[in-house]
Design a protein around this ligand. Structure first.
Ligand code: GSH
Length: 332
């Protein structure tokens, strides 16, 4: 069976993704963008020195910058929700859409800043008025200036707003409230449960942690990106830090002593949720499908991934997702 990819979208924005290539949150964003065939540039960030993101107050990755609009989007789920909202109602600009997404900046006891994004799972649906506007704009091309007054014409020439001048092909959401709620619940499950079963499985011992980082270095072409001393620092320090984090995660999320079992349990829960369908979203993937697929690509090439494919029934879904997502990487 072949599955059709969604239509190629004329996406009028330049995106830059700041990432660690193997970070599951970044993999999630890439899977989403690749599936939707949205082009983007990548800046690989040094995970120890953070040189490439020194300009940002938010000190994590992924960060996506919408270059033409000078907008910075943080947090993988927020990034995906904002872009998905745009795809569902391209009459709005990113500036209008991000008004719905609050950022709360707080200090912890030690005085360190931390960010929360209370609306990060919400996808802004087009209102009835927006839907009407969209259906009108389908009939009449948006870039015709004929009916505009002279000043309107002058204005639109001197300050072109890309979202209006060249709209993507209209993709109006046809999802019901129940579908949206279901998608949202599983996105939260991916972030709050599934993702935390991954790290302890690839950093089980210090030796394995080192092997994982050496594999990342090879798979991510770090030789091309970072000088040898930076690479050395990332691999050794990264391996130690992640080993420590893996121990903490195992405790915090109450994982089995054999952490593989927790990973298998998550995979089984996921496969059960899909049931007889091809994807969680039905006959085509929804955002939760893309998120679950994305985080799993972070451990591809590791032993844990092979074990997961062998010992659970997740592989057929994973292959279907791969066929849909991977051929569509667009290099800008
Ligand atoms: N909730 C955030 C999201 O979904 O994007 C989590 C992002 C996150 O924790 N990223 C890690 C990070 O940047 C990398 S996997 N950690 C800080 C650091 O490496 O200094």
């Amino acid at each position: 069976i072949t599955f059709d990819a969604p239509p190629r979208i004329n996406f009028p924005f330049n995106l830059t993704l700041y990432q660690y290539v193997t970070c599951p949150f970044c993999c999630k964003v890439r899977a989403y963008l690749n599936y939707n065939r949205i082009p983007y540039d990548i800046v690989e960030v040094n995970s120890v020195m953070h040189t490439e993101t020194k300009w940002s107050l938010y000190d994590r990755v992924p960060i996506v910058v919408v270059e033409n609009e000078h907008i910075q989007l943080n947090d993988s789920s927020q990034i995906i929700s904002v872009i998905e909202s745009y795809l569902r109602q391209p009459t709005k600009t990113f500036k209008q859409i991000i008004k719905y997404y609050k950022t709360i900046l707080e200090k912890d006891q030690k005085g360190r800043l931390f960010f929360t994004y209370p609306n990060k799972y919400a996808i802004v649906e087009p209102s009835m008025k927006d839907r009407l506007e969209l259906s009108k704009s389908e009939v009449k091309p948006s870039n015709s200036n004929e009916s505009k007054s002279f000043f309107g014409w002058l204005f639109s020439r001197s300050t072109p707003t890309p979202a209006i001048e060249s709209k993507p092909d209209v993709v109006v959401s046809k999802k019901s409230n129940e579908e949206n709620e279901f998608e949202r619940q599983w996105r939260e499950w991916v972030d709050n449960k599934f993702i935390h079963a991954l790290s302890p499985n690839i950093y089980c011992t210090l030796r394995q942690s080192l092997d994982t980082f050496r594999w990342f270095s090879k798979a991510g072409d770090w030789e091309e990106i970072f000088p040898w001393y930076q690479r050395w620092l990332i691999v050794y320090l990264g391996a130690i830090v992640m080993r420590v984090i893996a121990v903490r995660l195992k405790k915090k999320y109450n994982l089995h002593d054999d952490v593989r079992l927790s990973l298998y349990e998550c995979a089984n829960e996921w496969v059960n949720a899909i049931g007889e369908k091809d994807f969680l979203g039905g006959s085509e993937p929804n955002v939760a499908d893309l998120n679950a697929y994305g985080i799993l690509t972070a451990i591809q090439g590791c032993e844990a991934f092979e074990d997961l494919m062998k010992n659970t029934k997740i592989q057929p879904w994973f292959e279907r997702m791969r066929n849909l997502v991977e051929p569509h990487r667009i290099d800008t």
